[in-house]
Design a protein around this ligand. Sequence first.
Ligand SMILES: NC(=O)c1ccc[n+]([C@@H]2O[C@H](COP(=O)([O-])OP(=O)(O)OC[C@H]3O[C@@H](n4cnc5c(N)ncnc54)[C@H](OP(=O)(O)O)[C@@H]3O)[C@@H](O)[C@H]2O)c1
Length: 421
Amino acid sequence: MQQTIPPFVILGCGYVGTRLAQSLLADGAQVRVCARRTTLLEPLHAQGAQVHYLEASRSHQFGPAMLGLDQPIVVYSIPGVIGMPQGEAVRRAASAALRVHARAFIYLGSSAVYGRSEGNSNSDWVDEDSSTAPSDPEAATRLADEAAVASIAQSGLRTVVLRLAAIYGPALASHLPARGVRQRIRSGQYRLFDGGRYYFSRIFIDDLVRVIRASADHALSSGSVLSTYVVGDDHPCPQLEYVTWLSDHMKLPVPPSVDSHLVGAGQVIRGRRLNNARLKRELKLALSYPTYREGEAQIDACEQTGSLPPLRLRDAAASTPQGGPQGTSTPPALPPLPTAQSGADLGETLGGTALGCQLLRLSTGERCDLTGPGMILAGYVSVSRRGQIEGAGPRTLIPSGASVFNIGPDAAELLLFSSKS
Ligand SMILES: NC(=O)c1ccc[n+]([C@@H]2O[C@H](COP(=O)([O-])OP(=O)(O)OC[C@H]3O[C@@H](n4cnc5c(N)ncnc54)[C@H](OP(=O)(O)O)[C@@H]3O)[C@@H](O)[C@H]2O)c1
């Protein structure tokens, strides 16, 4: 039996916080989202989140943000607080979490802790045990935050530090732009550095949300008070590989290359490959978007349909709303429709004569090869045909001969026409 999800407090609710909150709300959890610009959080409020004003640079802010919730899980997702000593805002937040008996404190950090890669190829693999770079200014800031988390963990608070790769994904709401290089290639602002030879890791937003939630579960079930994970996908690659593929995919020219030292970027390029083995082993996670191809296909699907699929990580039957403003009344049940069986003729399923078309249902992660044309009725899939992969959502026509792979969180439904019709 699945356990009820504990309440969550998200300190700093921007791109990551919004998707995390959306997934928790979809699973019926109680969620409090905190930031300075609370008007930007109105869409989450409409979905059932509690909204709390928070200015991390002021004193006595974090305790009130957590009050009234029963032993919440606290997620710290504020990029950096200007005007405070390094690590101080995180220390205050974790101390407040300890005082309210939070079940766990999850700090969203950065793989910048490894500093600038010095190797010629910039292709070093790094993991949780690799040496960090305290002399690098950005690494030092993140390491000070991590030290603050570790120090509170000594008092018994279960803590998780996530060292994140670059995050990419679709627009999550009208006020939040998409993340990643796609928009910058479109606007002509994107540049390769030194021919694109540096390796980069990335993580798709929905996989990151899975990681955050799995790390919370792990913190509660394992005896460990401090867990650290490097978070990236399965396919770190040179900038040139990704950008060439994406430019071709969007039918745009490959962006020009610049000398990183001439444009001052030589100091900030942190080419490296993140090894996610511990993450997958300890959190028992398989990524849904293991490479940029699956992630970009999902962004295609969102752009084509103008909608974002819900991210439910629990069975609907197991999720129980726990008060808060999300307690909306349940609509009356509709009379049941005839159940369409995968592979059965649709006309016959509806009690009439055969129509020569079938309904196909694909579970998450399932694929099939189409012998005739089809149309997606529900869900989000990636469509592979003649070496090209594209994302597709409801009402998209799929040509004969394509392979369809369900990349969405829910079952996908397709209407298949026989190749003769
Ligand atoms: N995006 C990436 O590629 C990436 C990569 C590695 C690590 N990370 C880290 O992951 C975390 C989440 O990233 P993200 O992309 O979701 O960031 P984001 O979209 O910039 O969101 C940050 C949130 O923090 C809030 N915030 C900022 N300053 C605050 C303050 N002084 N007091 C209270 N709230 C404050 C912002 O809202 P207001 O401005 O309205 O307060 C916003 O809601 C950050 O720590 C980021 O550094 C991100």
